[in-house]
Design a protein around this ligand. Structure first.
Ligand code: FES
Length: 578
């Protein structure tokens, strides 16, 4: 426990207190905005990093919710300062938000560093905003609290509950197979996203906000509250109140994000049936906190943690609204019992596990007991072999079990354009055993590792009534996706990973129980192919893309920039220069 801070010890006091010309400027410009000294004197300045924008439907309500946060900050005696940050809409940003996650992380860190900030509330939820905001704030090291956007309401069409992403993919396959009409498709379009909030399947957004909560970075229960529930306003105000106390207590993130907290986050992620994207973000977040999380750690924890959240896409029926009504993430944590490490604390300053004995599970079909899981192991499996020496991932719970052991001939596309000609040709020669491969879609090749990994089912198989096949790529896939998709092959093909050597017709062997992924090609043949492989031309000559391609790490390292590693030590926290 640290000693309580005094006002003079706060960062903001360096800007606001000195009797000199520079501080005169800070004070007079604050007064220019209509405040008087009573508004800031003796009060911590709380940044509210708001990822609202007109291009971000998942965060539409942040324009309103930020006012509730400010209300809480003021109630607790702080001075709120809203700072806009990159909104990273999963739908609108091309080629992929993953290209910009690290940009948001850098922006968050530098916004906090460069302004007179003592603590922060981070407002995010849409996929990359959670890791982006958290990574930056962890590197900055000031007290912070994460405010999740909350899931949107269940989708509805023709009396059916629709799930974000999942049903879009599912019904698009039906549309391509000709089993639903244009009018029905339009009905789905209008009903699948009915309110503000992030995707309401257990996709990347729901997974990442659950991870933030399990890491101790939110108020208890915050990640499950639907965006449209009045509880979300109340939670927003509570965040504002709590962060002010966290500043006085000097409750910095290094006290919260410990090895125990990271282990809890992985355990909870596995039990939720988490998005494959979670692996990359978890590794990146943990490493920003100085904890060297590896793919093998995720696989180890996954093997002993069953999926108990019966939420689509791992489950068949329920969505995040049902999860909330069933008790939410706290109820899931209760079901996990002693799988959680009780030494980890949260932004409350208390153990994550405190109070779980009083939590009720209201529907144990939605949040299952460990004795009746949705899937007997965790959500994700890590595969290694001569195709993926540094690892690849698959979501066994979301694919047909008949593919858990599979051998078939590769059909390789070098680009998405080439892939499209294959999948859109109803007569393209292939069999149900074919392994459809997309390469040059990794961190550098994509660029930015787009969510192309749930390769649409080829028309040639759809017309035969098939809805799943083994697909393989160095891309990611949306957390709302499903199917026998092997992803994140590392190293990626664009930088010369073994995937670059695979040829159409080579036999690929997938063995999930044994965690292996191999091409059955002799080593001597691979050595010959290696000799004739030539690196593709660089994609960027300038700009952010250039910086990205020079410094992005591979998927198994979390796709962070190499120069942002914690090993390089903390950046100097410059005082206000006078
Ligand atoms: Fe924002 Fe899915 S599009 S969370």
């Amino acid at each position: 426990m640290k000693t309580r801070r005094t006002y003079e010890q706060l960062r903001s006091a360096r800007w606001m207190v000195p009797d000199d010309q520079r501080s005169f400027g800070h004070r007079s410009r604050t007064m220019q905005m209509g405040y008087d000294p009573a508004d800031w004197e003796g009060r911590p300045i709380i940044a509210i990093l708001n990822t609202w924008s007109d291009a971000q439907p998942c965060h539409m309500h942040f324009k309103d919710r930020v006012e509730w946060v400010k209300r809480g900050v003021l109630q607790a005696g702080g001075f709120p300062m809203e700072l806009p940050a990159l909104s990273l809409s999963e739908n609108f940003v091309k080629p992929t938000t993953m290209l910009y996650r690290n940009m948001l992380a850098m922006e968050s860190e530098e916004l906090l560093r460069s302004h007179p900030i003592d603590g922060a509330v981070l407002m995010g939820g849409c996929d990359k905003t959670t890791p982006g905001l958290v990574m930056g704030a962890l590197s900055m090291g000031l007290p912070f609290i994460y405010l999740p956007a909350g899931p949107m309401l269940r989708g509805n069409w023709a009396g059916r509950h629709l799930g974000s992403g999942t049903d879009g993919f599912k019904f698009w396959d039906e549309r391509r197979a000709g089993t639903i009409s244009k009018e029905e498709w339009q009905g789905i379009e209008g009903g699948i996203a009915r309110s503000y909030g992030h995707c309401m399947t257990m996709g990347t957004a729901s997974t990442m906000t659950a991870i933030a909560e399990a890491m101790g970075l939110t108020l208890p229960g915050a990640s499950s509250i639907p965006a449209a529930d009045a509880g979300h306003q109340r939670m927003s105000t509570q965040c504002g109140r709590r962060i002010v106390d966290m500043v006085w207590e000097d409750l910095t993130p290094d006290m919260i994000v410990t090895a125990a907290a990271v282990e809890n986050a992985v355990t909870v992620a596995m039990a939720t049936g988490c998005s494959t994207n979670a692996i990359i973000h978890l590794i990146a977040m943990a490493r920003r906190a100085g904890i060297a999380l590896e793919l093998d750690d995720l696989d180890r924890i996954g093997r002993k943690t069953p999926v108990i959240a019966n939420i689509r896409p791992s489950g068949a029926t329920y969505l995040m609204e049902d999860f909330y009504y069933a008790g939410g993430l706290r109820a899931l944590m209760k079901q996990l019992g002693d799988k959680l490490n009780s030494s980890a604390i949260t932004v409350t300053g208390k153990p994550l596990t405190e109070g779980l004995d009083l939590v009720k599970v209201w529907n144990d079909d939605v949040i299952r007991p460990l004795s009746n899981p949705v899937y007997h192991e965790g959500s994700l499996a890590v595969l290694k072999g001569n195709l993926s020496p540094d690892g690849a991932v698959i979501k066994p719970a979301a694919c047909d079990p008949k593919f858990h052991r599979h051998k078939g001939p590769a059909l390789v596309a070098d680009s998405y354009a080439e892939l499209k000609t294959i999948i859109d040709d109803p007569d393209y020669p292939m069999t149900p055993e074919t392994v459809l491969v997309l390469r040059n879609a990794g961190p550098q090749g994509g660029p930015g590792m787009p969510e192309w990994g749930m390769i649409p089912m080829p028309k040639a198989l759809l017309k035969r009534g098939l809805r799943d096949m083994v697909r393989l790529s160095d891309a990611r896939m949306s957390g709302t996706s499903f199917g026998a998709c092997v992803l994140h092959v590392a190293p990626e093909s664009y930088v010369g990973g073994p995937l670059a050597l695979l040829k159409t017709g080579d036999i690929v062997e997938l063995d999930i129980p044994n965690r292996s992924l191999n091409m059955l090609v002799p080593d001597e043949e691979l050595a010959l192919r290696r000799q004739s492989w030539k690196p593709p031309a660089p994609r960027y000559g300038r700009g952010y893309g250039f910086l990205f391609s020079k410094h992005i790490e591979q998927a198994d390292k979390g796709c962070d920039f190499d120069f942002l590693k914690t090993e390089f030590g903390p950046q100097v926290d410059e005082p206000a220069i006078n």
